[in-house]
Design a protein. Structure first.
Length: 131
């Protein structure tokens, strides 16, 4: 019984000390160094902010949306011009222009909402207001 107590008490103290030490403190340095070594040259380390991944993806998608909407407005205008007075073709051309404009408005509103939400979570990181 005495040997059991000699071996059990130090093991209990070590287990108690490990349980009180936060796991994030123990694992932060190796995890961060692993993440740093996995990142390639010139890649950003941030998800949010002006140079973050989310901002870059949002900017690229907005550029693509702008290009597509301009193309669709031009196509709608050409369809309107070559409709020849046919009411069905005129209506289709007007709908093409209308839907392109509505798509741009929805995309811009979604961009504003995303910036607001990201700004609220990151403290104004991407230009949003912090409420």
């Amino acid at each position: 019984m005495k040997n059991l107590a000699k071996n059990f008490v130090p093991a209990l103290l070590v287990a108690f000390a490990v349980a009180l030490t936060p796991a994030a403190v123990l694992a932060k340095a190796p995890m961060q160094s692993g993440a740093d070594s996995a990142r390639g040259e010139g890649q950003t380390a941030e998800l949010f902010g002006n140079a973050g991944v989310f901002s870059t993806i949002t900017n690229v998608l907005l550029f693509i949306l702008g290009a597509i909407s301009v193309i669709m407005i031009i196509i709608g205008g050409l369809r309107y011009v070559i409709s020849g007075g046919n009411s069905a073709n005129v209506t289709a051309a007007k709908n093409t222009i209308l839907y392109a404009i509505v798509g741009v408005v929805i995309a811009l509103l979604s961009y504003a909402i995303i910036n607001f939400v990201l700004g609220a979570f990151t403290g104004g990181g991407t230009g949003g207001t912090n409420v």
